[in-house]
Design a binder for this molecule. Structure first.
Ligand code: SF4
Length: 238
Protein backbone atom coordinates (compact mmCIF):
# COMPACT_ATOMS: atom_id res chain seq x y z
CA UNK A 1 0.00 0.00 0.00
CA UNK A 2 1.28 3.50 -0.80
CA UNK A 3 1.70 5.51 2.35
CA UNK A 4 -0.94 8.03 3.44
CA UNK A 5 0.39 10.95 5.50
CA UNK A 6 -2.87 11.74 7.30
CA UNK A 7 -2.18 15.47 6.64
CA UNK A 8 -5.52 16.52 5.35
CA UNK A 9 -7.25 19.88 5.64
CA UNK A 10 -10.94 20.17 6.40
CA UNK A 11 -11.79 21.77 3.07
CA UNK A 12 -10.32 18.87 1.13
CA UNK A 13 -11.88 16.35 3.52
CA UNK A 14 -15.29 17.93 2.96
CA UNK A 15 -14.86 17.87 -0.80
CA UNK A 16 -14.01 14.15 -0.57
CA UNK A 17 -17.20 13.45 1.34
CA UNK A 18 -19.25 15.58 -1.06
CA UNK A 19 -17.98 13.48 -3.97
CA UNK A 20 -18.47 10.19 -2.13
CA UNK A 21 -22.00 11.26 -1.24
CA UNK A 22 -22.67 11.87 -4.93
CA UNK A 23 -21.31 8.41 -5.77
CA UNK A 24 -22.75 6.30 -2.92
CA UNK A 25 -25.37 8.54 -1.35
CA UNK A 26 -28.35 6.51 -2.51
CA UNK A 27 -27.18 3.33 -0.76
CA UNK A 28 -26.24 5.21 2.37
CA UNK A 29 -29.62 6.94 2.56
CA UNK A 30 -31.35 3.61 2.04
CA UNK A 31 -29.37 2.21 4.94
CA UNK A 32 -30.17 5.16 7.19
CA UNK A 33 -33.86 4.63 6.37
CA UNK A 34 -33.44 0.95 7.22
CA UNK A 35 -31.95 1.90 10.55
CA UNK A 36 -35.42 2.67 11.77
CA UNK A 37 -36.40 -0.94 11.08
CA UNK A 38 -36.43 -3.22 14.12
CA UNK A 39 -33.02 -4.81 13.78
CA UNK A 40 -31.31 -1.43 14.12
CA UNK A 41 -33.17 -0.20 17.18
CA UNK A 42 -32.82 -3.38 19.24
CA UNK A 43 -29.24 -3.56 20.55
CA UNK A 44 -29.25 -7.33 20.99
CA UNK A 45 -30.49 -7.94 17.45
CA UNK A 46 -27.85 -5.57 16.09
CA UNK A 47 -25.17 -7.29 18.16
CA UNK A 48 -26.12 -10.69 16.75
CA UNK A 49 -26.27 -9.20 13.24
CA UNK A 50 -22.73 -7.87 13.75
CA UNK A 51 -21.43 -11.28 14.89
CA UNK A 52 -23.03 -12.90 11.82
CA UNK A 53 -21.53 -10.28 9.48
CA UNK A 54 -17.92 -11.13 10.37
CA UNK A 55 -15.92 -12.49 7.42
CA UNK A 56 -18.86 -12.75 5.07
CA UNK A 57 -20.95 -10.68 2.65
CA UNK A 58 -23.98 -8.60 3.67
CA UNK A 59 -26.20 -10.90 1.66
CA UNK A 60 -25.04 -14.07 3.45
CA UNK A 61 -25.20 -12.53 6.89
CA UNK A 62 -28.69 -11.16 6.26
CA UNK A 63 -29.91 -14.57 5.07
CA UNK A 64 -28.45 -16.16 8.20
CA UNK A 65 -29.99 -13.51 10.41
CA UNK A 66 -33.45 -13.97 8.87
CA UNK A 67 -33.19 -17.76 9.25
CA UNK A 68 -32.20 -17.37 12.89
CA UNK A 69 -35.10 -15.01 13.51
CA UNK A 70 -37.52 -17.37 11.77
CA UNK A 71 -36.31 -20.68 13.28
CA UNK A 72 -35.45 -19.61 16.85
CA UNK A 73 -36.00 -15.89 17.34
CA UNK A 74 -33.29 -13.33 18.04
CA UNK A 75 -33.68 -12.64 21.76
CA UNK A 76 -31.31 -13.42 24.64
CA UNK A 77 -33.78 -15.84 26.23
CA UNK A 78 -34.57 -17.79 23.06
CA UNK A 79 -30.93 -18.09 22.02
CA UNK A 80 -29.71 -19.01 25.50
CA UNK A 81 -32.25 -21.84 25.59
CA UNK A 82 -31.76 -23.06 22.02
CA UNK A 83 -29.61 -26.08 21.15
CA UNK A 84 -26.23 -25.16 19.74
CA UNK A 85 -26.86 -27.41 16.72
CA UNK A 86 -30.15 -25.62 16.04
CA UNK A 87 -28.35 -22.25 16.01
CA UNK A 88 -25.60 -23.68 13.82
CA UNK A 89 -28.08 -24.97 11.27
CA UNK A 90 -29.97 -21.66 11.15
CA UNK A 91 -26.87 -19.49 10.64
CA UNK A 92 -25.04 -21.83 8.24
CA UNK A 93 -25.24 -19.32 5.30
CA UNK A 94 -23.05 -16.85 7.25
CA UNK A 95 -20.07 -19.24 7.27
CA UNK A 96 -17.96 -20.08 10.35
CA UNK A 97 -21.28 -21.27 11.74
CA UNK A 98 -19.77 -23.35 14.54
CA UNK A 99 -17.63 -20.53 15.94
CA UNK A 100 -20.41 -17.99 15.47
CA UNK A 101 -23.04 -20.21 17.12
CA UNK A 102 -20.82 -20.62 20.21
CA UNK A 103 -20.31 -16.85 20.33
CA UNK A 104 -24.04 -16.15 19.98
CA UNK A 105 -25.02 -18.57 22.74
CA UNK A 106 -22.33 -17.27 25.06
CA UNK A 107 -23.42 -13.68 24.46
CA UNK A 108 -27.09 -14.51 25.05
CA UNK A 109 -26.30 -16.25 28.35
CA UNK A 110 -23.98 -13.51 29.55
CA UNK A 111 -26.45 -10.75 28.72
CA UNK A 112 -29.15 -12.58 30.69
CA UNK A 113 -26.83 -13.12 33.67
CA UNK A 114 -25.42 -9.60 33.72
CA UNK A 115 -28.29 -7.45 32.48
CA UNK A 116 -31.40 -9.64 32.76
CA UNK A 117 -31.42 -9.76 28.96
CA UNK A 118 -31.60 -6.00 28.58
CA UNK A 119 -28.57 -4.64 26.74
CA UNK A 120 -30.07 -1.13 26.80
CA UNK A 121 -28.96 -0.96 30.45
CA UNK A 122 -25.39 -0.76 29.14
CA UNK A 123 -26.05 1.56 26.24
CA UNK A 124 -27.78 4.10 28.46
CA UNK A 125 -24.52 4.67 30.34
CA UNK A 126 -22.04 7.41 29.41
CA UNK A 127 -20.25 6.67 26.14
CA UNK A 128 -16.83 5.63 27.50
CA UNK A 129 -18.32 3.60 30.33
CA UNK A 130 -20.76 1.85 27.97
CA UNK A 131 -17.97 1.19 25.47
CA UNK A 132 -15.75 -0.39 28.13
CA UNK A 133 -18.58 -2.53 29.44
CA UNK A 134 -19.64 -3.68 25.96
CA UNK A 135 -16.05 -4.67 25.25
CA UNK A 136 -16.02 -6.84 28.36
CA UNK A 137 -18.66 -9.07 26.73
CA UNK A 138 -17.39 -12.14 24.87
CA UNK A 139 -16.59 -11.52 21.19
CA UNK A 140 -17.23 -7.77 21.43
CA UNK A 141 -14.30 -5.63 20.29
CA UNK A 142 -13.92 -1.90 19.65
CA UNK A 143 -15.68 -1.99 16.31
CA UNK A 144 -18.76 -3.89 17.53
CA UNK A 145 -19.04 -1.67 20.61
CA UNK A 146 -18.84 1.45 18.43
CA UNK A 147 -21.40 0.07 15.96
CA UNK A 148 -23.88 -0.37 18.81
CA UNK A 149 -23.15 3.05 20.29
CA UNK A 150 -23.43 4.87 16.97
CA UNK A 151 -26.31 2.99 15.37
CA UNK A 152 -28.52 2.67 18.43
CA UNK A 153 -27.61 5.73 20.47
CA UNK A 154 -26.10 8.07 17.91
CA UNK A 155 -23.07 8.57 20.17
CA UNK A 156 -20.02 10.43 18.96
CA UNK A 157 -17.99 7.44 17.74
CA UNK A 158 -16.98 6.22 14.29
CA UNK A 159 -16.65 2.43 13.98
CA UNK A 160 -13.52 1.51 12.02
CA UNK A 161 -13.91 -1.71 10.07
CA UNK A 162 -11.50 -3.06 7.48
CA UNK A 163 -12.93 -0.83 4.71
CA UNK A 164 -12.96 2.35 6.79
CA UNK A 165 -9.35 1.70 7.84
CA UNK A 166 -8.04 0.91 4.34
CA UNK A 167 -9.86 3.71 2.51
CA UNK A 168 -9.04 6.37 5.15
CA UNK A 169 -5.35 5.49 4.98
CA UNK A 170 -5.19 5.42 1.20
CA UNK A 171 -6.97 8.74 0.76
CA UNK A 172 -4.84 10.37 3.45
CA UNK A 173 -7.62 10.92 5.98
CA UNK A 174 -5.47 8.93 8.42
CA UNK A 175 -1.79 8.00 8.66
CA UNK A 176 -0.70 4.87 6.80
CA UNK A 177 0.26 3.10 10.04
CA UNK A 178 -2.61 4.39 12.20
CA UNK A 179 -4.30 1.97 14.59
CA UNK A 180 -8.03 1.80 15.32
CA UNK A 181 -8.21 4.68 17.79
CA UNK A 182 -5.88 6.88 15.72
CA UNK A 183 -7.99 6.44 12.59
CA UNK A 184 -11.10 7.25 14.59
CA UNK A 185 -9.42 10.34 16.08
CA UNK A 186 -8.28 11.58 12.64
CA UNK A 187 -11.79 11.22 11.18
CA UNK A 188 -13.33 12.93 14.21
CA UNK A 189 -10.96 15.89 13.78
CA UNK A 190 -12.03 16.33 10.16
CA UNK A 191 -15.79 15.84 10.39
CA UNK A 192 -18.58 17.02 12.70
CA UNK A 193 -20.43 14.47 14.90
CA UNK A 194 -23.67 14.84 12.94
CA UNK A 195 -21.91 13.22 9.97
CA UNK A 196 -20.29 10.27 11.76
CA UNK A 197 -22.83 7.67 10.65
CA UNK A 198 -22.76 8.93 7.08
CA UNK A 199 -18.93 9.03 6.98
CA UNK A 200 -18.77 5.46 8.31
CA UNK A 201 -21.25 4.21 5.69
CA UNK A 202 -19.74 6.16 2.78
CA UNK A 203 -16.23 4.84 3.45
CA UNK A 204 -17.57 1.27 3.66
CA UNK A 205 -19.49 1.68 0.42
CA UNK A 206 -16.45 3.14 -1.31
CA UNK A 207 -14.23 0.32 -0.02
CA UNK A 208 -16.62 -2.36 -1.20
CA UNK A 209 -17.31 -0.95 -4.65
CA UNK A 210 -14.30 1.06 -5.80
CA UNK A 211 -11.39 1.25 -3.36
CA UNK A 212 -11.13 -2.52 -3.08
CA UNK A 213 -8.42 -4.17 -1.00
CA UNK A 214 -6.77 -5.74 -4.04
CA UNK A 215 -6.66 -3.60 -7.16
CA UNK A 216 -8.45 -0.40 -6.20
CA UNK A 217 -10.31 0.99 -9.22
CA UNK A 218 -8.56 4.37 -9.17
CA UNK A 219 -9.37 4.98 -12.85
CA UNK A 220 -13.09 5.17 -12.10
CA UNK A 221 -12.82 6.77 -8.67
CA UNK A 222 -14.50 10.18 -8.21
CA UNK A 223 -11.89 11.30 -5.65
CA UNK A 224 -8.82 10.26 -7.59
CA UNK A 225 -7.51 13.84 -7.79
CA UNK A 226 -7.76 14.27 -4.03
CA UNK A 227 -6.31 10.90 -3.03
CA UNK A 228 -2.76 10.51 -1.73
CA UNK A 229 -2.49 6.90 -2.89
CA UNK A 230 -3.51 7.85 -6.44
CA UNK A 231 -1.12 10.82 -6.49
CA UNK A 232 1.79 8.59 -5.50
CA UNK A 233 0.81 5.83 -7.88
CA UNK A 234 0.54 8.26 -10.81
CA UNK A 235 3.86 9.99 -9.92
CA UNK A 236 5.53 6.61 -9.57
CA UNK A 237 4.41 5.51 -13.04
CA UNK A 238 5.38 8.86 -14.73
S1 SF4 B 1 -8.16 6.93 -6.05
FE1 SF4 B 1 -7.81 4.73 -5.80
S2 SF4 B 1 -6.86 4.51 -3.82
FE2 SF4 B 1 -7.77 6.55 -3.89
S3 SF4 B 1 -9.78 6.30 -2.99
FE3 SF4 B 1 -10.01 6.07 -5.17
S4 SF4 B 1 -9.84 3.87 -5.56
FE4 SF4 B 1 -9.04 4.27 -3.51
Amino acid sequence: MKKGTGKMDKEKANEIIRLLRKEHGVNVNEFIALKISKKYVDPFKLLIGTVLSQNTSDKNSMTAYDRLEEKIGVSPLKLAKADLTEIQEAIRPAGLHITKSIAIKKLAKEIIERYHGNLSLVLDKKTEEARKELMSLPHVGQKTADVLLLFIKNREVIPVDTHVARVSKRIGLAKHNAKYSEIQASLKKLYPPKNYLEIHLLLISHGRKICKAIKPRCGSCPIQELCEYAAKTINASD
